[in-house]
Design a protein around this ligand. Sequence first.
Ligand SMILES: Nc1nc2c(c(=O)[nH]1)N[C@H]1C(S)=C(S)[C@@H](COP(=O)(O)OP(=O)(O)OC[C@H]3O[C@@H](n4cnc5c(=O)[nH]c(N)nc54)[C@H](O)[C@@H]3O)O[C@H]1N2
Ligand SMILES: Nc1nc2c(c(=O)[nH]1)N[C@H]1C(S)=C(S)[C@@H](COP(=O)(O)OP(=O)(O)OC[C@H]3O[C@@H](n4cnc5c(=O)[nH]c(N)nc54)[C@H](O)[C@@H]3O)O[C@H]1N2
Ligand code: SF4
Ligand SMILES: [Mo]
Length: 701
Amino acid sequence: MRSPLLTIAKDQPSSHCCFCSMQCGLEIVISDKTSGLITKPSPNFPVATGRLCQKGLNALDHVFHAERILEPLAKATSGSERWQNVTWDHAYGDIAMRIQRLQAEHGADAIGVYGGGSLTNEVCYLLGKFTRVALKSKYIDYNGRYCMSSAAAASNQAFGIDRGMSMPLSEIPNAKYIILAGTNIAECQPTMMPYLLEAKKKGAVIVTIDPRNTMTSKVADIHVRLQPGFDSVFVNGLLHVMLAEKLVDEHFIQERTSGLESLKEAVKSFTPERVEELTGVLEPVIRTIARGFAKADTGIVLTARGLEQQSNGVENTLNYINLSLVTGKIGRQGCGYGAVTGQANGQGGREHGQKADQLPGYRSIEDPAAREHVARIWGIDPSELPGKGVSAYELLKKIDEGEIKALLVLGSNPLVSSPNNRMVERALQKLELLVVVDMFETETARYAHYILPGSSFAEAEGTMTNLEGRVFHRPQAMELPGNSKLDYHIICELAEALGRGMYFQYEGIEDVFRELAAATAGGKADYSGITYQRLQAEKGLFWPCPTPDHPGTPYLFTEQFHHPDGRAKLFGIQPKMPAEPIDSEYPFVLTTGRLANHYLSGVQTRRTEALHKKAPVPVAEIHPWLAKRIGLGMDSKIRLTSRRGSLVFEVKVTEGIQPRTVFVPFHWGDEHSINVLTNDALDPTSRMPEFKICAVQVERA
Ligand SMILES: Nc1nc2c(c(=O)[nH]1)N[C@H]1C(S)=C(S)[C@@H](COP(=O)(O)OP(=O)(O)OC[C@H]3O[C@@H](n4cnc5c(=O)[nH]c(N)nc54)[C@H](O)[C@@H]3O)O[C@H]1N2
Ligand SMILES: Nc1nc2c(c(=O)[nH]1)N[C@H]1C(S)=C(S)[C@@H](COP(=O)(O)OP(=O)(O)OC[C@H]3O[C@@H](n4cnc5c(=O)[nH]c(N)nc54)[C@H](O)[C@@H]3O)O[C@H]1N2
Ligand code: SF4
Ligand SMILES: [Mo]
């Protein structure tokens, strides 16, 4: 086992957990029991002081794993499955030569880049710059498209800005009524639970809305077990009651919002009686929640992927935002709306130019002033900047269609995490060059021509932005193992090999941050007043932070929203059907999501013994009614079949799921990859795939 890098003798190396958006602080120490290195909670990070969940406690396991790739690897011959070690020089030289050849033949846009939300702000920023400046391609997007894109689009439409939460987590205990929709905090952001429990202790009512009983719904006063796809119908019922019974905050609506008429029109026909008929949620329950939330002095609404990962995800999210706006429960104490960000740097990852249509600072790549500003910082002419590309899934489709010939993947495993992943597999096979920068041979990397060994969280210094919008500094805690390199060095050295090195000269990672901060100046996510020194001294700063003496912005919207008129927009939502409604041929709804002990495509947690042994294979959850209907026996498995594929799963029968719904976690690949079945219908605005709903047949296997 390697030893940590102790920069200052006696100091404990400290870091932050690599998994979810809580970004708990941790220290790396020597275990008394095993003498190996382990993590322990850090007392120094204000967000989850002194706490780590099971994933954080085991966060070093994959870092030391025997399968970790420590040398650059190339496929021995074309078509071969065998890897051989190569030198970095050889890898860079050959990759650059192949990229240049493909671009000469097919144009600059023949090369695509696919990034991730676990990476530091600096690496996300460099990936965007690398694509536009070194490759001169328009095709970059990242896994956050599958994650926060609907929430981001909705926040931009309603508020004029997208920061996951409008308030810090410390405000949660001041709320008297909390609505948690499609968010399983107890399993997905476990160290956030104490904030909710504190609110509950102080008398808050908690409502959860989810097709399943979850660890989170256990703490709820009311749990609404909704069939997937009915959120907007249900919320229209709540809004109808609030308007009909004059429970809304007239003054707030008058002074601070626009669009009330369209909202009134949309909810007019959604009487609680009709909503009960459509959703099965009893009328008195609808009235109780509407009255309770509207009449409470303070209240918070939190949403997550449950309702966002749908082809109507933006509209669903807008409707939940309507609840905060019509009741005036935003921009003041104990109030706020939040889309609970998922990945470690899911917030920062969407601000610095990894998204197909964005430049750093949340600027639009189509805005001439933004192009001018960023081009000047990058030292190029604005006319050299490409235009906008396409979303993650569409980028993979362009490979299948033959338009994109080469792909660089850094920080994602799209073969497991994309919907309809048979299409993705076909696309990857068509690539003339696939380069994956990762710690492991992921399912995606099996199709690669090169795997370049990148860095883990413990080895890479940089900044991250947590789910609150708090930017903080993560120091380097460990030495790099073997011949692996920092991701940021790999990007800069590849640029060098492509003859564009002059644009990627940095003295160190802090230098990259300084450029990033300058590039964001004047943008929505303005980091220009942030320095490493301030982050270390102040334990993080909330953006926007536009000047060196600005204190940062923990609370948004206290005075103004970010539309030009300073108002928030209400949107009347006419609920739509899912892209693939159930019918007599495919009569059940498949929904997908997470387990407490695994993370995303499972690359890291399936290699973490303590976690993997608790959940070695995916288990489908079905209701006893459905089990009986298919004649499920004691030890039988079930076969799930959608229009795209058919797989067999182990099964757990539970009263705690909506009877027509089947739930399967998505943390596995190959014959256990539920994304073989999921639908690739995209939300028209956010281009988010419909991970949460597709129609399936269920049989005894
Ligand atoms: N343990 C663990 N923690 C994680 C992750 C992980 O993989 N594992 N991933 C991280 C990431 S990247 C993310 S994005 C977050 C995700 O965090 P969440 O969004 O909380 O997680 P999910 O399990 O995808 O979905 C949440 C819930 O939505 C419900 N749901 C399904 N369909 C619907 C619907 O139509 N309406 C409503 N209201 N609910 C529905 C599901 O039953 C599920 O309980 O978690 C982060 N934290
Ligand atoms: N059916 C279904 N599918 C889903 C979802 C769902 O709810 N249902 N959720 C979607 C969501 S919200 C998300 S966020 C996506 C995520 O899905 P993926 O993008 O596939 O996420 P990960 O499994 O985290 O993949 C990250 C990869 O990067 C590597 N990695 C981690 N840290 C670093 C680093 O610092 N440097 C380098 N070079 N590599 C690193 C890991 O080893 C891993 O291979 O999945 C989506 N897919
Ligand atoms: S709550 Fe999230 S950040 Fe904290 S230890 Fe668990 S997975 Fe890591
Ligand atoms: Mo996510």
